[in-house]
Ligand binder design. Structure first.
Ligand code: TGC
Ligand code: FAD
Length: 390
Protein backbone atom coordinates (compact mmCIF):
# COMPACT_ATOMS: atom_id res chain seq x y z
CA UNK A 1 0.00 0.00 0.00
CA UNK A 2 1.04 3.57 -0.70
CA UNK A 3 2.17 4.88 2.64
CA UNK A 4 1.38 8.41 1.51
CA UNK A 5 -2.40 8.75 1.24
CA UNK A 6 -2.89 12.36 0.25
CA UNK A 7 -6.13 13.67 1.60
CA UNK A 8 -8.18 15.31 -1.16
CA UNK A 9 -11.50 15.93 0.52
CA UNK A 10 -12.74 18.51 -1.99
CA UNK A 11 -11.51 16.73 -5.14
CA UNK A 12 -8.79 19.27 -5.68
CA UNK A 13 -7.15 16.95 -8.17
CA UNK A 14 -9.84 18.03 -10.63
CA UNK A 15 -8.33 21.52 -10.54
CA UNK A 16 -4.90 20.20 -11.52
CA UNK A 17 -3.61 19.67 -15.06
CA UNK A 18 -2.08 16.41 -16.24
CA UNK A 19 1.33 18.03 -15.97
CA UNK A 20 0.70 19.05 -12.35
CA UNK A 21 -0.23 15.48 -11.47
CA UNK A 22 2.76 13.98 -13.26
CA UNK A 23 5.14 16.37 -11.52
CA UNK A 24 3.53 15.76 -8.14
CA UNK A 25 3.45 12.01 -8.48
CA UNK A 26 7.11 11.90 -9.56
CA UNK A 27 8.07 13.96 -6.50
CA UNK A 28 5.83 11.82 -4.28
CA UNK A 29 7.35 8.52 -5.31
CA UNK A 30 10.88 9.91 -5.13
CA UNK A 31 10.28 11.15 -1.57
CA UNK A 32 8.81 7.81 -0.57
CA UNK A 33 11.77 5.92 -1.99
CA UNK A 34 14.68 8.22 -1.17
CA UNK A 35 13.66 10.37 1.81
CA UNK A 36 11.23 8.46 4.00
CA UNK A 37 13.49 5.44 4.66
CA UNK A 38 16.52 7.52 5.70
CA UNK A 39 15.25 10.77 7.11
CA UNK A 40 14.67 9.78 10.71
CA UNK A 41 18.22 8.51 10.96
CA UNK A 42 19.70 11.70 9.48
CA UNK A 43 17.53 13.87 11.74
CA UNK A 44 18.67 11.89 14.78
CA UNK A 45 22.30 12.27 13.66
CA UNK A 46 21.72 15.96 12.85
CA UNK A 47 23.20 15.50 9.40
CA UNK A 48 22.08 16.60 5.94
CA UNK A 49 21.90 13.63 3.55
CA UNK A 50 24.17 14.87 0.75
CA UNK A 51 23.40 11.91 -1.45
CA UNK A 52 19.87 13.20 -2.19
CA UNK A 53 21.04 16.34 -4.02
CA UNK A 54 21.08 14.66 -7.42
CA UNK A 55 17.59 13.26 -6.91
CA UNK A 56 16.23 16.63 -5.82
CA UNK A 57 17.57 18.10 -9.06
CA UNK A 58 15.98 15.30 -11.08
CA UNK A 59 12.49 15.87 -9.70
CA UNK A 60 12.80 19.56 -10.62
CA UNK A 61 13.15 20.81 -7.05
CA UNK A 62 15.99 23.20 -7.96
CA UNK A 63 14.45 26.05 -9.92
CA UNK A 64 11.07 24.50 -10.80
CA UNK A 65 9.87 27.72 -12.44
CA UNK A 66 13.22 28.95 -13.77
CA UNK A 67 13.17 28.81 -17.60
CA UNK A 68 14.71 25.77 -19.24
CA UNK A 69 17.25 27.92 -21.12
CA UNK A 70 18.93 28.41 -17.72
CA UNK A 71 18.62 24.77 -16.70
CA UNK A 72 15.41 25.17 -14.68
CA UNK A 73 12.37 22.94 -15.07
CA UNK A 74 10.25 25.68 -16.68
CA UNK A 75 7.14 24.68 -14.70
CA UNK A 76 4.32 26.85 -13.42
CA UNK A 77 3.69 27.98 -9.86
CA UNK A 78 1.26 25.19 -8.99
CA UNK A 79 3.79 22.54 -10.02
CA UNK A 80 6.41 24.36 -7.95
CA UNK A 81 4.03 24.29 -4.98
CA UNK A 82 3.19 20.62 -5.42
CA UNK A 83 6.88 19.69 -5.46
CA UNK A 84 7.39 21.60 -2.19
CA UNK A 85 4.34 19.89 -0.68
CA UNK A 86 5.69 16.45 -1.50
CA UNK A 87 9.19 17.18 -0.24
CA UNK A 88 7.92 18.59 3.05
CA UNK A 89 5.69 15.56 3.49
CA UNK A 90 9.08 13.88 3.85
CA UNK A 91 10.82 16.56 5.92
CA UNK A 92 10.76 20.35 6.29
CA UNK A 93 14.56 20.45 6.36
CA UNK A 94 14.84 18.87 2.94
CA UNK A 95 12.22 21.27 1.61
CA UNK A 96 14.32 24.08 3.10
CA UNK A 97 17.28 23.05 1.00
CA UNK A 98 15.11 23.11 -2.11
CA UNK A 99 13.46 26.43 -1.16
CA UNK A 100 16.78 28.12 -0.58
CA UNK A 101 18.35 26.82 -3.77
CA UNK A 102 15.33 27.75 -5.92
CA UNK A 103 13.79 30.87 -4.48
CA UNK A 104 16.61 32.46 -2.57
CA UNK A 105 19.62 31.68 -4.75
CA UNK A 106 18.44 30.95 -8.31
CA UNK A 107 15.57 33.46 -8.21
CA UNK A 108 17.69 36.53 -7.35
CA UNK A 109 20.34 35.56 -9.91
CA UNK A 110 17.62 35.06 -12.53
CA UNK A 111 15.70 38.27 -11.66
CA UNK A 112 18.47 40.65 -10.60
CA UNK A 113 21.60 39.12 -12.14
CA UNK A 114 23.53 39.93 -15.32
CA UNK A 115 23.35 37.60 -18.32
CA UNK A 116 26.89 36.40 -17.50
CA UNK A 117 25.90 35.58 -13.91
CA UNK A 118 22.84 33.68 -15.13
CA UNK A 119 24.87 31.64 -17.60
CA UNK A 120 27.62 30.99 -15.12
CA UNK A 121 25.53 29.92 -12.12
CA UNK A 122 21.96 28.92 -12.98
CA UNK A 123 22.51 25.66 -14.92
CA UNK A 124 24.91 24.35 -12.27
CA UNK A 125 22.53 25.31 -9.47
CA UNK A 126 19.66 23.57 -11.29
CA UNK A 127 21.65 20.34 -11.58
CA UNK A 128 22.90 20.49 -8.00
CA UNK A 129 26.51 20.69 -9.17
CA UNK A 130 26.63 23.94 -7.19
CA UNK A 131 24.69 24.47 -3.97
CA UNK A 132 23.79 27.91 -2.67
CA UNK A 133 22.63 29.70 0.45
CA UNK A 134 20.99 33.06 1.18
CA UNK A 135 22.25 35.47 3.80
CA UNK A 136 19.84 38.12 5.00
CA UNK A 137 19.46 37.54 8.78
CA UNK A 138 22.19 38.83 11.09
CA UNK A 139 22.87 38.15 14.77
CA UNK A 140 21.27 41.47 15.74
CA UNK A 141 18.79 41.87 12.87
CA UNK A 142 16.22 39.13 12.22
CA UNK A 143 12.68 40.43 11.69
CA UNK A 144 14.12 43.84 10.85
CA UNK A 145 16.58 43.10 8.04
CA UNK A 146 16.53 46.73 6.89
CA UNK A 147 18.75 47.58 9.88
CA UNK A 148 21.50 45.17 8.76
CA UNK A 149 25.10 46.25 9.33
CA UNK A 150 26.98 43.94 6.91
CA UNK A 151 28.59 46.34 4.46
CA UNK A 152 30.86 46.68 1.46
CA UNK A 153 33.17 49.42 0.28
CA UNK A 154 34.16 50.23 -3.29
CA UNK A 155 37.93 49.77 -3.53
CA UNK A 156 38.22 50.51 -7.24
CA UNK A 157 38.98 47.04 -8.61
CA UNK A 158 36.84 45.15 -6.10
CA UNK A 159 34.40 45.49 -3.18
CA UNK A 160 35.58 44.89 0.39
CA UNK A 161 32.93 43.01 2.38
CA UNK A 162 32.65 42.90 6.20
CA UNK A 163 30.00 41.60 8.57
CA UNK A 164 28.19 38.44 9.63
CA UNK A 165 25.03 36.53 8.81
CA UNK A 166 23.42 33.99 11.13
CA UNK A 167 20.90 31.13 10.91
CA UNK A 168 21.69 30.44 7.28
CA UNK A 169 20.28 27.23 5.78
CA UNK A 170 22.78 25.25 3.68
CA UNK A 171 25.64 27.58 4.73
CA UNK A 172 28.00 24.83 5.94
CA UNK A 173 28.19 23.15 2.53
CA UNK A 174 27.15 25.88 0.09
CA UNK A 175 29.47 26.63 -2.83
CA UNK A 176 28.06 30.13 -3.21
CA UNK A 177 26.15 32.54 -0.98
CA UNK A 178 23.78 35.23 -2.23
CA UNK A 179 24.13 37.79 0.54
CA UNK A 180 22.70 41.24 1.23
CA UNK A 181 24.88 44.10 2.38
CA UNK A 182 24.87 47.90 2.48
CA UNK A 183 27.12 50.06 0.33
CA UNK A 184 28.73 53.27 1.57
CA UNK A 185 25.45 55.14 1.02
CA UNK A 186 23.54 52.57 3.09
CA UNK A 187 21.78 51.06 0.07
CA UNK A 188 21.18 47.28 0.19
CA UNK A 189 22.67 45.22 -2.66
CA UNK A 190 22.97 41.51 -3.39
CA UNK A 191 26.44 40.00 -3.78
CA UNK A 192 27.53 36.50 -4.77
CA UNK A 193 30.20 35.26 -2.37
CA UNK A 194 32.06 32.12 -3.42
CA UNK A 195 33.55 29.47 -1.16
CA UNK A 196 37.32 29.81 -1.09
CA UNK A 197 37.34 33.60 -1.12
CA UNK A 198 39.83 34.74 1.49
CA UNK A 199 38.22 35.91 4.74
CA UNK A 200 34.96 34.03 4.11
CA UNK A 201 33.98 31.23 6.52
CA UNK A 202 30.78 29.28 7.28
CA UNK A 203 30.80 27.73 10.77
CA UNK A 204 27.98 25.28 11.45
CA UNK A 205 25.30 25.93 14.08
CA UNK A 206 24.84 22.92 16.37
CA UNK A 207 22.39 21.86 19.10
CA UNK A 208 19.19 22.45 17.12
CA UNK A 209 16.09 20.51 18.21
CA UNK A 210 14.42 21.48 14.94
CA UNK A 211 15.29 21.03 11.27
CA UNK A 212 18.00 18.64 12.34
CA UNK A 213 18.44 17.13 8.87
CA UNK A 214 19.15 20.60 7.46
CA UNK A 215 22.58 22.17 7.86
CA UNK A 216 22.43 25.67 9.36
CA UNK A 217 25.38 27.98 9.81
CA UNK A 218 26.86 31.43 9.94
CA UNK A 219 28.44 33.43 7.14
CA UNK A 220 31.41 35.45 8.34
CA UNK A 221 33.02 38.11 6.15
CA UNK A 222 36.36 39.43 7.29
CA UNK A 223 37.68 41.83 4.65
CA UNK A 224 36.52 39.61 1.79
CA UNK A 225 37.50 40.93 -1.64
CA UNK A 226 34.48 40.52 -3.92
CA UNK A 227 35.05 40.87 -7.68
CA UNK A 228 32.85 43.61 -9.06
CA UNK A 229 31.17 41.21 -11.45
CA UNK A 230 29.69 39.39 -8.42
CA UNK A 231 27.31 42.25 -7.54
CA UNK A 232 23.72 41.64 -8.69
CA UNK A 233 23.27 44.68 -10.92
CA UNK A 234 19.56 44.87 -11.64
CA UNK A 235 17.90 45.56 -8.30
CA UNK A 236 18.80 47.15 -4.97
CA UNK A 237 17.06 48.23 -1.77
CA UNK A 238 15.23 46.09 0.80
CA UNK A 239 12.58 45.16 -1.76
CA UNK A 240 15.21 43.04 -3.60
CA UNK A 241 15.67 40.42 -0.84
CA UNK A 242 12.00 40.71 0.14
CA UNK A 243 11.02 39.87 -3.43
CA UNK A 244 12.92 36.56 -3.11
CA UNK A 245 11.11 35.88 0.15
CA UNK A 246 7.76 36.15 -1.63
CA UNK A 247 8.72 33.21 -3.80
CA UNK A 248 10.07 31.14 -0.90
CA UNK A 249 7.12 31.92 1.39
CA UNK A 250 4.75 30.80 -1.33
CA UNK A 251 6.58 27.46 -1.54
CA UNK A 252 6.47 27.11 2.25
CA UNK A 253 2.69 27.61 2.21
CA UNK A 254 2.46 24.50 0.03
CA UNK A 255 5.17 22.67 1.94
CA UNK A 256 3.38 23.03 5.26
CA UNK A 257 0.38 21.24 3.77
CA UNK A 258 2.65 18.27 3.03
CA UNK A 259 3.83 18.07 6.65
CA UNK A 260 0.23 18.40 7.87
CA UNK A 261 -0.99 15.68 5.49
CA UNK A 262 1.65 13.27 6.70
CA UNK A 263 0.71 13.87 10.35
CA UNK A 264 -3.01 13.53 9.61
CA UNK A 265 -2.55 10.40 7.54
CA UNK A 266 -0.38 8.80 10.21
CA UNK A 267 -2.80 9.69 13.02
CA UNK A 268 -5.85 8.47 11.09
CA UNK A 269 -4.30 5.07 10.37
CA UNK A 270 -3.11 4.69 13.93
CA UNK A 271 -6.50 5.67 15.37
CA UNK A 272 -8.24 3.05 13.25
CA UNK A 273 -5.88 0.33 14.41
CA UNK A 274 -5.32 1.18 18.07
CA UNK A 275 -7.82 -0.54 20.34
CA UNK A 276 -8.65 0.78 23.81
CA UNK A 277 -11.78 -0.01 25.81
CA UNK A 278 -12.49 -2.76 23.24
CA UNK A 279 -12.82 -0.46 20.26
CA UNK A 280 -10.61 1.55 17.92
CA UNK A 281 -9.77 4.95 19.37
CA UNK A 282 -10.96 6.34 15.99
CA UNK A 283 -14.45 5.56 17.27
CA UNK A 284 -14.06 7.86 20.28
CA UNK A 285 -15.71 11.24 19.87
CA UNK A 286 -12.72 13.20 21.16
CA UNK A 287 -10.40 11.58 18.62
CA UNK A 288 -12.92 12.09 15.83
CA UNK A 289 -13.07 15.78 16.72
CA UNK A 290 -9.30 16.03 16.34
CA UNK A 291 -9.27 14.16 13.03
CA UNK A 292 -12.30 16.00 11.62
CA UNK A 293 -10.79 19.37 12.46
CA UNK A 294 -7.50 18.33 10.86
CA UNK A 295 -9.05 17.42 7.53
CA UNK A 296 -11.13 20.61 7.59
CA UNK A 297 -8.05 22.77 8.15
CA UNK A 298 -6.01 20.89 5.52
CA UNK A 299 -8.81 21.33 2.99
CA UNK A 300 -9.09 25.07 3.67
CA UNK A 301 -5.32 25.44 3.33
CA UNK A 302 -5.32 23.50 0.07
CA UNK A 303 -7.94 25.78 -1.44
CA UNK A 304 -6.22 28.95 -0.24
CA UNK A 305 -2.93 27.80 -1.66
CA UNK A 306 -4.29 26.56 -4.96
CA UNK A 307 -5.97 29.92 -5.54
CA UNK A 308 -2.75 31.72 -4.61
CA UNK A 309 -0.93 29.59 -7.19
CA UNK A 310 -3.42 30.61 -9.87
CA UNK A 311 -2.91 34.27 -8.94
CA UNK A 312 0.86 33.81 -9.08
CA UNK A 313 0.61 32.18 -12.49
CA UNK A 314 -1.26 35.30 -13.62
CA UNK A 315 1.32 37.54 -11.90
CA UNK A 316 -1.41 38.96 -9.71
CA UNK A 317 -0.58 37.64 -6.22
CA UNK A 318 0.35 40.35 -3.72
CA UNK A 319 3.02 39.98 -1.03
CA UNK A 320 0.32 40.33 1.61
CA UNK A 321 -1.66 37.45 0.09
CA UNK A 322 1.48 35.31 0.27
CA UNK A 323 2.00 36.31 3.92
CA UNK A 324 -1.52 35.20 4.77
CA UNK A 325 -1.00 31.78 3.22
CA UNK A 326 2.42 31.23 4.81
CA UNK A 327 1.11 32.22 8.21
CA UNK A 328 -2.13 30.29 8.02
CA UNK A 329 -0.69 27.09 6.63
CA UNK A 330 2.31 26.79 8.93
CA UNK A 331 0.12 27.45 11.95
CA UNK A 332 -2.36 24.89 10.66
CA UNK A 333 0.43 22.33 10.22
CA UNK A 334 2.01 22.88 13.62
CA UNK A 335 -1.38 22.53 15.34
CA UNK A 336 -2.11 19.33 13.44
CA UNK A 337 1.31 17.95 14.35
CA UNK A 338 0.67 18.64 18.04
CA UNK A 339 -2.80 17.02 17.97
CA UNK A 340 -1.65 14.08 15.86
CA UNK A 341 1.16 13.41 18.31
CA UNK A 342 -1.37 13.06 21.08
CA UNK A 343 -3.50 10.63 19.08
CA UNK A 344 -0.50 8.31 18.98
CA UNK A 345 -0.11 8.43 22.73
CA UNK A 346 3.34 7.36 23.87
CA UNK A 347 4.17 6.01 20.41
CA UNK A 348 3.93 9.59 19.16
CA UNK A 349 7.09 10.64 20.94
CA UNK A 350 9.26 8.07 19.16
CA UNK A 351 11.12 8.26 15.90
CA UNK A 352 9.16 5.24 14.69
CA UNK A 353 6.63 7.77 13.43
CA UNK A 354 7.29 11.04 11.62
CA UNK A 355 5.00 13.26 13.67
CA UNK A 356 7.32 14.49 16.41
CA UNK A 357 10.00 15.29 13.81
CA UNK A 358 7.48 17.31 11.77
CA UNK A 359 6.33 19.05 14.94
CA UNK A 360 9.83 20.10 15.90
CA UNK A 361 10.70 21.08 12.31
CA UNK A 362 7.66 23.31 12.10
CA UNK A 363 8.96 25.37 15.03
CA UNK A 364 11.62 26.64 12.61
CA UNK A 365 9.19 27.00 9.74
CA UNK A 366 6.87 29.18 11.85
CA UNK A 367 9.88 31.39 12.67
CA UNK A 368 11.84 31.67 9.45
CA UNK A 369 10.85 33.55 6.32
CA UNK A 370 9.02 36.00 8.59
CA UNK A 371 7.65 34.93 11.97
CA UNK A 372 4.00 34.23 12.66
CA UNK A 373 3.76 37.69 14.26
CA UNK A 374 5.43 39.48 11.38
CA UNK A 375 3.04 37.98 8.84
CA UNK A 376 0.06 38.98 10.96
CA UNK A 377 1.39 42.54 11.02
CA UNK A 378 1.87 42.47 7.24
CA UNK A 379 -1.84 41.59 6.92
CA UNK A 380 -2.63 44.30 9.46
CA UNK A 381 -0.64 46.84 7.47
CA UNK A 382 -2.32 45.77 4.24
CA UNK A 383 -5.88 46.13 5.50
CA UNK A 384 -5.41 49.31 7.57
CA UNK A 385 -2.79 51.08 5.52
CA UNK A 386 -0.81 51.72 8.73
CA UNK A 387 2.55 50.02 9.42
CA UNK A 388 2.93 48.66 12.95
CA UNK A 389 6.69 48.32 12.33
CA UNK A 390 7.63 51.99 12.20
P1 TGC B 1 9.12 48.29 4.36
O1 TGC B 1 9.37 49.76 4.48
O2 TGC B 1 7.74 47.77 4.61
O3 TGC B 1 9.56 47.79 2.91
C1 TGC B 1 10.81 48.13 2.32
C2 TGC B 1 10.68 48.06 0.82
O4 TGC B 1 10.39 46.69 0.43
C3 TGC B 1 9.12 46.62 -0.23
N1 TGC B 1 8.51 45.35 0.19
C4 TGC B 1 8.54 44.27 -0.58
N2 TGC B 1 9.01 44.06 -1.82
C5 TGC B 1 8.90 42.84 -2.33
N3 TGC B 1 8.35 41.81 -1.66
C6 TGC B 1 7.86 41.97 -0.40
N4 TGC B 1 7.35 40.94 0.27
C7 TGC B 1 7.95 43.24 0.19
N5 TGC B 1 7.60 43.76 1.40
C8 TGC B 1 7.96 45.05 1.38
C9 TGC B 1 8.37 47.85 0.23
O5 TGC B 1 7.39 48.20 -0.71
C10 TGC B 1 9.49 48.86 0.30
O6 TGC B 1 9.82 49.22 -1.02
P2 TGC B 1 10.41 50.68 -1.35
O7 TGC B 1 10.57 50.67 -2.82
O8 TGC B 1 9.35 51.64 -0.85
O9 TGC B 1 11.68 50.80 -0.60
O10 TGC B 1 10.19 47.54 5.26
P3 TGC B 1 10.33 47.42 6.83
O11 TGC B 1 11.75 47.72 7.16
O12 TGC B 1 9.25 48.18 7.54
O13 TGC B 1 10.13 45.84 7.07
C11 TGC B 1 8.99 45.23 6.68
C12 TGC B 1 8.96 43.74 7.11
C13 TGC B 1 9.02 43.62 8.62
C14 TGC B 1 7.62 43.21 6.64
C15 TGC B 1 10.07 42.93 6.46
O14 TGC B 1 11.29 43.45 6.69
C16 TGC B 1 10.02 41.45 6.77
O15 TGC B 1 9.40 40.72 6.01
N6 TGC B 1 10.70 40.93 7.86
C17 TGC B 1 10.85 39.51 8.06
C18 TGC B 1 12.25 39.09 7.71
C19 TGC B 1 12.32 37.75 7.04
O16 TGC B 1 11.34 37.22 6.54
N7 TGC B 1 13.51 37.19 6.95
C20 TGC B 1 13.68 35.96 6.30
C21 TGC B 1 15.14 35.64 6.12
S1 TGC B 1 15.42 34.35 4.94
C22 TGC B 1 14.92 32.96 5.68
O17 TGC B 1 14.35 32.94 6.73
C23 TGC B 1 15.20 31.74 4.91
S2 TGC B 1 14.71 30.29 5.68
C24 TGC B 1 14.82 29.37 4.29
C25 TGC B 1 14.53 27.98 4.45
O18 TGC B 1 15.35 27.26 5.07
O19 TGC B 1 13.51 27.54 3.85
P1 FAD C 1 13.51 38.31 16.20
O1 FAD C 1 13.35 39.18 15.04
O2 FAD C 1 14.48 38.72 17.26
O3 FAD C 1 12.08 38.06 16.86
C1 FAD C 1 11.91 37.53 18.18
C2 FAD C 1 10.42 37.60 18.53
O4 FAD C 1 9.98 38.95 18.49
C3 FAD C 1 9.55 36.84 17.51
O5 FAD C 1 8.51 36.18 18.17
C4 FAD C 1 9.01 37.93 16.63
O6 FAD C 1 7.75 37.60 16.05
C5 FAD C 1 8.87 39.08 17.61
N1 FAD C 1 8.91 40.39 16.95
C6 FAD C 1 9.93 40.93 16.23
N2 FAD C 1 9.58 42.11 15.72
C7 FAD C 1 8.30 42.34 16.12
C8 FAD C 1 7.36 43.39 15.91
N3 FAD C 1 7.65 44.46 15.15
N4 FAD C 1 6.14 43.28 16.49
C9 FAD C 1 5.82 42.19 17.24
N5 FAD C 1 6.65 41.17 17.47
C10 FAD C 1 7.88 41.25 16.92
N6 FAD C 1 17.71 33.63 7.56
C11 FAD C 1 18.34 33.85 6.38
O7 FAD C 1 18.64 34.98 6.01
N7 FAD C 1 18.67 32.81 5.56
C12 FAD C 1 18.39 31.52 5.89
O8 FAD C 1 18.69 30.60 5.12
C13 FAD C 1 17.74 31.25 7.14
N8 FAD C 1 17.53 29.97 7.53
C14 FAD C 1 17.04 29.73 8.78
C15 FAD C 1 16.97 28.42 9.25
C16 FAD C 1 16.52 28.16 10.54
C17 FAD C 1 16.50 26.75 11.05
C18 FAD C 1 16.05 29.23 11.36
C19 FAD C 1 15.50 28.95 12.72
C20 FAD C 1 16.12 30.52 10.91
C21 FAD C 1 16.64 30.80 9.63
N9 FAD C 1 16.79 32.12 9.17
C22 FAD C 1 17.40 32.36 7.96
C23 FAD C 1 16.52 33.24 10.06
C24 FAD C 1 15.05 33.63 10.18
O9 FAD C 1 14.59 34.26 9.04
C25 FAD C 1 14.90 34.49 11.42
O10 FAD C 1 15.08 33.67 12.54
C26 FAD C 1 13.56 35.20 11.48
O11 FAD C 1 13.44 36.17 10.46
C27 FAD C 1 13.30 35.87 12.84
O12 FAD C 1 14.39 36.60 13.27
P2 FAD C 1 15.00 36.37 14.75
O13 FAD C 1 15.19 34.92 14.95
O14 FAD C 1 16.17 37.26 14.88
O15 FAD C 1 13.85 36.81 15.72
Amino acid sequence: PDLFQAPDYYNLDELLSEEHKIVRDAARSWVKKEISPIIEDYAQKAEFPNQIIKGLAEIGAFGPYIPQEYGGAGLDQISYGLIMQEIERGDSGIRSTASVQSSLVMYPIWKYGSEEQKQKFLPKLASGELMGCFGLTEPNHGSDPGSMTTNFKDKGDYYLLNGAKMWISNAPFADIAVIWAKNEEGRIHGLIVERGMEGFSTPETHNKWSLRASATGELLFDNVKIPKENLLPNKSGLSAPLGCLDSARYGIAWGAIGAAMDCYDTALRYAKERIQFDKPIAGMQLQQKKLAEMITEITKAQLLTWRLGVLRNENKATSAQISMAKRNNVHMAINIAREARQILGAMGITGDYSIMRHMMNLESVITYEGTHDIHLLITGMDITGISAFK
